[in-house]
Design a protein around this ligand. Structure first.
Ligand code: HPA
Length: 236
């Protein structure tokens, strides 16, 4: 057991899908995995291991924001030996070419968080996705016919931020979207030499708040993103 995860050694696969919402983890386990077994209920942060197309795969919630995902990713990597971690989440578009329901693969993540700066105050350490996972996810998403953007995102500490206008300016410089976890996940990937990737569907558009989706449309895009994540995890 680690401090926040109640699993025994060997109960978590070396490949894991990480939604923010623990109930989303339950949904994925029940709808995509065969024979899912729950390995964690501490703080309600549900985690499951099962098989996907014959491959052993886990899925676990991380909570929202970089402090929360850092705790879980750290323990998954250092206590349970997880080697491939793919976040599946949502993001707000900052970019005129990126619309609600579309998929963004975060090639890199800028951040307002101090967690990387604290370790590397003299450097602007780049937060980048694992290229092998990124390349595989891109081709899998394209083959599924999904509208897919690849580029940088902003990982923000605050959902309710006074930096709104500045964030939008980043959008004019090619940043695709704002979310709250990718930079920390990528940093831990680099620190511990494991593969990390963040996929996100656009749930809201900060340039055009009138762009909206129905619950059913959101579910469909979400389901497609899970397929991209799982297929990427098991791709040889
Ligand atoms: N900001 C930050 N994180 C998000 C957003 C947003 O607008 N939408 C989904 N995740």
């Amino acid at each position: 057991m680690s401090i926040h995860i109640g699993a025994q050694m060997g109960e978590i696969a070396d490949k894991i899908l990480l939604p923010g919402d623990p109930l989303r983890a339950k949904f994925i386990a029940e709808n995509f995995l065969e024979n899912p077994v729950c390995f964690n209920e501490i703080r309600g942060m549900l985690g499951y291991t099962g098989t996907y197309k014959g491959h052993r795969v886990s899925v676990m919630g991380t909570g929202m924001g970089m402090p929360s995902i850092s705790i879980y990713a750290n323990e998954l990597i250092t206590s349970y030996g997880v080697k491939k971690l793919i976040r599946v989440g949502t993001a707000g578009s900052l970019n005129k070419d990126v619309h609600v329901r579309e998929l963004v693969l975060a090639q890199a993540a800028a951040t307002t968080s101090a967690i990387i700066r604290n370790d590397w105050p003299e450097y602007d350490f780049p937060q980048i996705a694992d290229f092998d996972l990124l390349d595989k996810a891109y081709h899998i998403a394209k083959d599924l016919g999904m509208t897919t953007h690849v580029g940088s995102v902003l990982s923000a500490d605050l959902f309710y931020s006074d930096l709104g206008e500045k964030n939008l300016k980043l959008g004019t410089m090619g940043v695709k979207a704002v979310e709250m976890e990718a930079a920390a996940l990528y940093y831990l990937g680099a620190k511990h030499n494991v593969q990390t990737l963040a996929l996100m569907t656009i749930s809201d558009n900060l340039l055009d708040p009138s762009e909206d989706t129905t619950a059913e449309e959101r579910q469909t895009t979400f389901t497609d993103m899970m397929t991209v994540g799982l297929e990427t995890l098991i791709a040889e």
